[in-house]
Design a protein around this ligand. Structure first.
Ligand SMILES: *Cc1c(COP(=O)(O)O)cnc(C)c1O
Length: 426
């Protein structure tokens, strides 16, 4: 059985599309190799954390009610902390998504009268309402609680060090917030090392300022997390990289022990903290997901590099470039053409194991100014470590693709996307 013939006969794609993808794949073999080396280091770290904490079947036993003495839950905290080079961590299914986890971290460390400064530009969209720069008054935002906000935008993709220094010298800044991934914006994603350099710059001027990091999409892409470079706290979602495509929900925060205790107080309540929280069977999936996470992240990174190589080869602008060092799992492609972008998203949908028969269409998503088109077909709703792509219908027609539980399935989605676009181009 020939794999190329199989895809042509069973998925209705042209030989030309298959040849283009195979040829592009050859050009990124070297990139795959370095990505594989990173994954191996990360896998070894996870194995060491599992081994040092003597993980065994008893850690998977579900608890109910208060969830007192849930050793599986408490040990999972230790495993995340060790693998992320942090003093402590909190891993909980009670967080509904990444935004909720990040909000908990902010509310935990900020008090009325404090100032929070975002120093890598405007934070992720959903945090605007949390901070109180988008929402109305009276809804319980940080602003409502008397927490001040400052923002220092990036200049040509770089932190504005002059403005950061001026702010830190003029005002007492309780915490600075940094975002590692570009998210769905046009800026570079920062490596953990780079995040570490920015943190050092801040701490040299103002040692008591807390440095907290939105680590979404970055986990296991580098061989160290920002906690290993001095971040006081990092947070992320379990339906992205660190859940390995297995964890069904939840989030994590890792960092300084005293601050993690405050986060636990904010997640449940003061006095109860991390002592309560039934896991009801969640642990098994969270452990297995974290075990899988370095490998699953590798699958997503290989898919992103292939996508970049294929579309760069077809003459489109892709970010990151095929061979570039990667620091998150997001791949963007600029189409400069609405129909081609839609054809791309519709092709990616075919690489999904769930709802592959669906043909996505642009729609008016609540809260967005432009129409949006999305490809998603995941075992876990909204999971973006699973293959997904989305694009706002506006110039210059940029689509963002991320995830892929297996490289092979993502390659299918990319091949159908290429075929769709070839049909328009000829
Ligand atoms: C995904 C993401 C978040 C959180 O989003 P949720 O959909 O709430 O999980 C925050 N920041 C960045 C950079 C992200 O990529």
């Amino acid at each position: 059985m020939n794999k190329d013939l199989y895809i042509i006969e069973n998925f209705g794609v042209s030989k030309r599309a298959v040849d283009i993808v195979n040829a592009a794949e050859e050009t990124v073999r070297g990139t795959f190799k370095s990505l594989e080396e990173n994954a191996e280091i990360n896998q070894l770290k996870v194995m060491k954390a599992f081994s040092d904490n003597r993980v065994s079947e008893r850690h998977f036993v579900p608890t109910t009610g208060y969830g007192y003495d849930d050793d599986g839950r408490d040990t999972l905290d230790k495993i995340f902390a060790q693998a992320f080079g942090a003093e402590d961590a909190l891993v909980r299914q009670q967080w509904v998504n990444g935004s909720h986890t990040l909000a908990t971290m902010l509310y935990a460390v900020l008090r009325p009268g404090d100032t929070l400064a975002a120093i890598t530009g405007k934070p992720y969209d959903t945090l605007e309402e949390v901070i109180g720069i988008a929402g109305e008054d009276g809804n319980g935002s940080l602003k409502d609680f008397g927490i001040n906000y400052e923002q220092i935008d990036l200049v040509s993709g770089e932190p504005d060090y002059t403005a950061i220094e001026k702010l830190l010298k003029e005002k007492k800044i309780h915490a600075v917030m940094l975002q590692r991934s570009k998210g769905y914006g046009w800026r570079p994603t920062y490596s953990s090392k780079k995040i570490g350099e920015i943190i050092k710059f801040v701490k040299d001027i103002s040692p008591e300022t807390l440095c907290i990091v939105d680590n979404c999409y970055g986990e296991f892409v580098d061989t160290e997390e920002p906690t290993a470079y001095g971040a006081d706290l990092i947070a992320g979602s379990l339906i992205k990289n660190p859940g390995g495509g297995i964890a069904p929900t939840g989030g994590y925060i890792a960092g300084r022990h005293d601050l993690i205790e405050l986060c636990a107080y904010r997640l449940t309540c003061v006095g109860i903290g991390r002592e309560c929280g039934a896991t009801m069977g969640f642990n098994h999936k969270a452990y297995q997901g974290f075990f899988m996470a370095p490998h699953t992240t590798l699958q997503a990174l290989k898919a992103a590099a292939l996508c970049s190589a294929v579309f760069t080869g077809l003459g489109f602008e892709a970010d990151p470039k095929p061979e570039a060092e990667r620091h998150d799992i997001i791949q963007s492609v600029k189409f400069d053409d609405k129909d081609k972008m839609i054809a791309f998203i519709q092709g990616i949908q075919k690489g999904a194991p769930v709802d592959s028969f669906v043909n996505p269409e642009p729609w008016d998503m609540p809260g967005y100014q432009d129409q949006v088109i999305m490809a998603a077909g995941a075992f876990v709703q909204g999971s973006s470590i699973e293959l997904s792509a989305d694009a706002p219908i506006r110039e210059p027609y940029i689509a963002y693709m991320q995830g892929g539980l297996t490289y092979e399935s993502a390659k299918l989605g990319i091949t159908v996307a290429v075929d769709n676009i070839l049909k328009i181009m000829k």
